[in-house]
Design a protein around this ligand. Structure first.
Ligand SMILES: Nc1ncnc2c1ncn2[C@@H]1O[C@H](COP(=O)(O)OP(=O)(O)OP(=O)(O)O)[C@@H](O)[C@H]1O
Ligand SMILES: [Mg+2]
Length: 289
């Protein structure tokens, strides 16, 4: 019997995952393979305790890459390395290299604010500012002094986030008056407004109902033509439905210490249908984690 996930009312793993993956691959056959990120031996510590270590892989342009794995294996820690959000945590330190289009993001002289302009982030809990819908979207462009007409930027961003039709008549009302799913799409519009190249999403739909979740997934599939997307998710169906490649992380015991490690990274279809590592297989089929 398949257990039902209480939050989504969906089974954690469907028997026909492979079919879902295959259908999506057919829908986008010409996926290019240009690396946006190349990580080389990345390790992140909090204080002197390593949270995740030994991560080397490339993430590709115009693809959706999913990070999956049990709680505490370092998914959020790692995704935050990709736009230097860990800089904001005083105890965090990084070793190894994070190359973005070949540029070392942690090299001397790299401005983290510029990094976050190119690499936007959407969080688990929708976090609109206590401002109008319009001002939320206009916030980043105003701070950055972007020259385009602000009404155009706001409309374009809300359209890209598939929110325009729902909010065009109430742009000046407070964003807190929106539903959770709308607030999350507003946060995506806010991230898009500064014209990033990459969007990082750490469990963007885990606080949302199934309909809003599905809207966010559709949106990712729309956006990936123009952007590169990295998503952390605990929802196996979501990883299978939306991602091109999947990275599975696990917690290893290194001399008594729990450290996150990349176990397997491959095309999503392979991870879900024919993984090399037994631990990946057990995780994606719901046997642990
Ligand atoms: N700010 C922090 N200070 C100290 N330790 C931290 C901090 N953030 C995370 N950690 C630790 O780093 C490890 C990895 O945490 P992280 O949040 O990256 O895991 P995760 O895979 O995102 O987990 P989850 O699925 O629960 O979100 C954990 O042991 C966690 O306790
Ligand atoms: Mg996390």
């Amino acid at each position: 019997m398949i257990e039902v996930d209480r939050v989504t009312d969906k089974p954690p793993v469907t028997p026909n995952l492979s079919t879902q993956v295959a259908e999506r691959d057919v829908a986008r056959p010409d996926v290019p393979r240009e690396a946006v990120f190349a990580l080389e031996g990345v390790q992140v510590c909090y204080g002197d305790v390593p949270a995740v270590a030994g991560v080397s892989f490339e993430l590709y342009k115009n693809q959706i890459t999913a990070f999956i794995g049990p709680s505490g294996c370092g998914k959020s820690t790692l995704i935050r390395c990709l736009n230097r959000m860990n800089d904001l945590i005083p105890s965090a330190s990084i070793r190894g290299k994070v190359l973005y289009h070949g540029v070392d993001l942690y090299a001397d002289g790299v401005d983290p604010v510029q990094v976050r302009k190119r690499i936007g982030m959407v969080f688990q809990k929708p976090n609109p500012f206590p401002k109008s819908i319009y001002d939320n979207v206009a916030f980043g462009p105003r701070v950055l002094g972007m020259k385009d007409d602000m009404d155009d930027i706001v409309e374009r961003s809300l359209r890209k986030a598939a929110l325009w039709d729902e909010v065009k008549d109430r742009l000046k009302t407070n964003a807190f008056g929106m539903s959770g799913g709308q607030q999350q799409r507003l946060c995506i519009a806010r991230a898009l407004a500064i014209e990033p190249d990459v969007i990082l999403m750490d469990e963007p739909a885990s606080a949302l109902d199934p309909i809003s979740t599905s809207a966010i997934e559709d949106l990712m599939l729309e956006l990936v033509g123009q952007y590169s997307i990295v998503i952390v998710t605990h929802n196996m169906q979501q990883a299978a439905r939306v991602s091109d490649r999947t990275a599975f992380f696990n917690v290893d015991l290194d001399g008594g210490r729990r450290v996150g490690r990349l176990v397997e990274y491959a095309e999503t279809e392979k991870i879900f249908t024919n993984p090399d590592d037994e631990r990946t297989k057990e995780y994606v089929t719901g046997k642990f984690g």
